[in-house]
Design a binder for this molecule. Structure first.
Ligand code: GDP
Length: 478
């Protein structure tokens, strides 16, 4: 239970100088970085007329809750959480519509899907949870915030168009997140549809179709004609079964905020996906820096529910503020605890912001390797021609050594875009560009996220820089 003078000052909303002065009056000489024990810190708080709550000085985990590991007996199967990705116009939205329709016509739920950001469909005895916002950008934005909600990605590829740049992005974003990929070869109703060509192209990107001896399941569908949708869903369940997805429904709920808004009549409305435990009406929750008691819950069919277990998305009412998509939520014991956690979170967030400049960069690479924090150096490569992408990829991966493995997690032709930055941020990667520039949006995003962008004209220079950086011999650039 220790805290530095600087941290204490920040939590008390005082300047460090004020604290240091007070300490001096008590005969304690301290600098900003000096650590104070609990008693001294409490004394300071009281000196300034504050109230000491012991929790305030605990870490998030300490305050939070019974963070015990679930035992094998406690774990029960849960349904998979699925996202749809793919190139623009290949049919992501249409496929989600088709999936929703298939379910409604079966009349199993007896309700029309409400838009809450995620929905559940029933296939036979089992259910699947779909996230409603398609695309890898939304997916990786959540991941960049630390949220891992998806189990399986359905990669939509139009059979008349084949693999396109955003298809490759989607593949690499899904791989970086270690999410299973199922391919939906869409638009097979169209003249010019060529599923075999799609499969051929998939192979070139490391996804070998099952029927050709690999382990990537491909299903030929038509979202428009509602063909093979059920088969696709069955494949999702098959892959889910192999993953043995489990959670413990008998503990306090924990999960992720999917989306949220401020509703005129209802106040803060947040859709959360429960990932472990069961959420109940009346529970005290913390979501990001919002807290409150769950006043009411609605499911994806607009029905009011009293509880929600693992993999179930629900809209909750009763939070003090509007949390952000990607925020973690937890149930805590009581209101006081909820407030302490939020205080602590707000404080941690501030600290994180100050720290965000320490994302991986070539300048601090060696330091991080020395500190034992780096085992994988992840790199996103963008270049003006495909030949360079390949050449760089091969040369970079060859400079791996015993301490650090260099992984090119995404390589493509074109300008460095915001999606590249998000991927790099979520995967703690640096971005290397050859004869390409970042878009304006990407430069700003990189600056915000502290992602290191390195531009080169010659491949050799890049290799040399990275090799030097790995050995701590890179001259700093100013
Ligand atoms: P998204 O950008 O990936 O979400 O793609 P959309 O779902 O908006 O679909 C793009 C276009 O392709 C729309 O005009 C759809 O009607 C069309 N489309 C989607 N699926 C199919 C399909 O299976 N067959 C045909 N012929 N057209 C489709």
């Amino acid at each position: 239970n220790e805290i530095t003078v600087g941290e204490l000052a920040s939590r008390m909303k005082k300047s460090p100088a004020e604290i240091i002065k007070k300490l001096m009056l008590l005969g304690i000489m301290a600098t900003v970085n000096e650590t104070l024990d609990f008693d001294t810190a409490s004394l300071m708080v009281e000196e300034f007329g504050g109230i000491v709550e012991k929790e305030i000085i605990l870490t998030d985990e300490e305050i939070l809750f019974d963070d015990f590991e679930d035992t094998a007996e406690q774990l029960k199967p849960r349904s998979p959480v699925v996202v749809v990705m793919g190139h623009v116009d290949h049919g992501k939205t249409s496929l989600l519509d088709a999936i929703r329709d298939t379910n409604v016509t079966e009349g199993e739920f007896g309700g029309i899907t409400q838009h809450i950001g995620a929905h559940r469909v029933r296939v036979g005895e089992k259910k699947i949870t779909f996230l409603d916002t398609p695309g890898h950008e939304a997916f990786t934005a959540m991941r960049a915030r630390g949220a891992l909600v998806t189990d399986i990605a359905i990669l939509v590829v139009a059979a008349d168009d084949g693999i396109m740049p955003q298809t490759i992005e989607a593949i690499n974003h899904a791989k970086a997140a270690e999410v299973s990929i199922i391919v939906a070869i869409n638009k097979i109703d169209k003249d010019g549809a060529n599923p075999d060509k799609v499969k051929q192209e998939l192979m070139e990107h490391g996804l070998v179709p099952e029927e050709w001896g690999g382990d990537t399941i491909c299903v030929e569908v038509s979202a428009k004609k509602r063909q093979n949708i059920k088969e696709l869903l069955e494949m999702v369940l098959l892959v889910a079964e192999m993953k043995e997805l489990k959670a413990n429904p008998d503990r306090k709920a924990k999960g992720t905020v999917i989306e949220s808004q401020l509703d005129k009549g209802r106040g803060s409305v947040a859709t959360v996906l429960v990932q472990n435990g069961t959420l109940h009406v009346g529970d005290y929750v913390v979501a990001g820096t919002a807290s409150g008691r769950v006043r009411a819950m609605n499911n994806d069919k607009g029905k009011s529910v009293k509880k929600a277990g693992p993999s179930i998305p629900v809209e909750i009412l009763g939070l003090s503020e509007v949390p952000e998509g990607g925020d973690e939520f937890y149930v805590v014991e009581d209101e006081r605890k909820a407030r302490s956690v939020v205080e602590n979170r707000k404080f941690q967030e501030k600290k994180e912001k100050q720290k965000s400049a320490t994302a991986i960069s070539l300048d601090n690479l060696f330091e991080q390797i020395e500190a034992g924090k780096m085992k994988d150096l992840n790199i996103v490569v963008k270049a003006d021609v495909q030949g360079s992408v390949e050449a760089v990829k091969q040369s970079l991966e060859r400079i791996s050594n015993d301490e650090v493995r260099v992984n090119v997690i995404h390589g493509a032709v074109g300008a460095i875009n915001e999606s590249d930055v998000m991927l790099a941020s979520a995967s703690n990667a640096i971005i290397v560009g050859f004869n390409v520039r970042p878009t304006n949006g990407a430069s700003d995003a990189a600056e915000d996220a502290g992602v290191d962008l390195r531009m080169y004209r010659v491949i050799y220079d890049a290799i040399e820089d990275i090799e030097k950086a790995m050995k701590g011999m890179l001259e700093p650039t100013f």
